[in-house]
Design a protein around this ligand. Structure first.
Ligand SMILES: NC(=O)c1ccc[n+]([C@@H]2O[C@H](COP(=O)([O-])OP(=O)(O)OC[C@H]3O[C@@H](n4cnc5c(N)ncnc54)[C@H](OP(=O)(O)O)[C@@H]3O)[C@@H](O)[C@H]2O)c1
Length: 277
């Protein structure tokens, strides 16, 4: 059984609040990393067509012997395949690589506002959802203005918006928009990609106070905010460490100190401009 509590998406589907991200894990290493994560108790896996590791992820899922309904698998449509028909073909390809007959969550990876195709793309997502081949559909890297347009021109409110979010980029405007629309906030690069953020003195001090690691403090902060988190690691000890965040609580003073670290500083591209296909 998973140690991770679920959040309830806007269509009633349960999603584990903490999952395992596999960006930058080569396909031949993904099988081992995902297997390690499943053994450690993760039940949610976040991949994407562009990561090139849907096959390795699928192999680990098949080899785990876990019942399909206990797993929550997310993949994402890559930018080059936006548009109604291209989306339907790309989805078939992703399912084939994963070796699954449905995914739990399918996301539009980037809005690509300069291409102006995300509304048509999402209409294909609505068909995939209606056909039962994705239990929930959503978006990634959508700014509030993209969500306003999308929800104005399509029928199904996205279940999730997966955005860059960590203590240096706290995304207040997006989180408010998500709350207004009933969209779950999922944080990518939740550990700030594991670099400077985990050495910030305020975070190190909170970790010492609780007898925890800086990564656990940052992940716990996300959990208490209500974010879904998907930390990535290929290191078995860190994979175990990152899921072990449900046995302690940050107090208001800790939360205030982490809130004060916001710098609105992105590690990844600005979705208003990113248009790589
Ligand atoms: N939708 C999008 O556009 C988008 C963009 C980026 C990421 N994502 C998703 O979000 C997931 C997570 O983001 P991310 O991979 O960018 O970054 P992250 O999870 O914030 O950080 C991963 C990095 O931190 C290190 N790390 C992990 N746990 C640690 C720990 N306990 N202590 C110290 N260092 C630790 C990892 O090293 P080792 O692996 O060497 O242990 C890795 O270098 C991705 O894998 C992907 O699924 C989505």
């Amino acid at each position: 059984m998973s140690k991770v509590p679920p959040i309830i998406l806007n269509n009633g589907v349960e999603m584990p609040q903490l999952g395992f991200g596999v960006w930058q894990v080569p396909d031949d290493e993904a099988e081992t990393a995902v297997a390690t994560a499943l053994q450690a108790g993760y039940r949610s896996i976040d991949t994407a067509a562009i990561y090139g590791n849907e096959k390795g992820t699928g192999k680990a899922i098949a080899a785990s012997g876990l019942p399909r309904e206990e797993l929550f698998v997310t993949t994402k449509l890559w930018n080059a395949n936006q548009g109604y028909d291209a989306t339907l073909s790309a989805f078939d390809e992703s399912l084939g690589k994963l070796g699954l007959d449905y995914v739990d969550l399918y996301l539009i990876h980037w809005p690509l506002p300069s291409k102006d195709t995300y509304v048509d793309t999402y209409k294909a997502f609505e068909k995939i959802y209606a056909d039962g081949r994705a239990k929930a559909i959503g978006v990634s890297n959508f700014l509030p203005e993209h969500l306003d347009r999308l929800t104005g021109e399509t029928s199904i409110i996205p279940a999730v918006n997966q955005i860059e979010l960590h203590p240096h980029l706290q995304q207040h405007a997006s989180r408010e928009k998500h709350a207004e629309l009933g969209i779950a906030t999922e944080a990518w690069s939740p550990l700030g990609q594991g670099k400077g953020l985990l050495e910030v003195p305020a975070i190190v001090a909170i970790a010492q106070k609780h007898g925890r690691t800086p990564a656990q403090v940052v992940l716990r902060w996300h959990v208490q905010l209500g974010n879904v988190v998907i930390p990535k690691s290929v290191t078995p000890s860190r994979i175990a460490e990152n899921i072990d965040v449900f046995g302690f609580e940050l107090d208001p003073e800790d939360l205030g100190a982490i809130s004060a670290l916001n710098e609105d500083r992105r590690l990844g591209p600005n979705p208003a401009e990113f248009d790589v296909a």
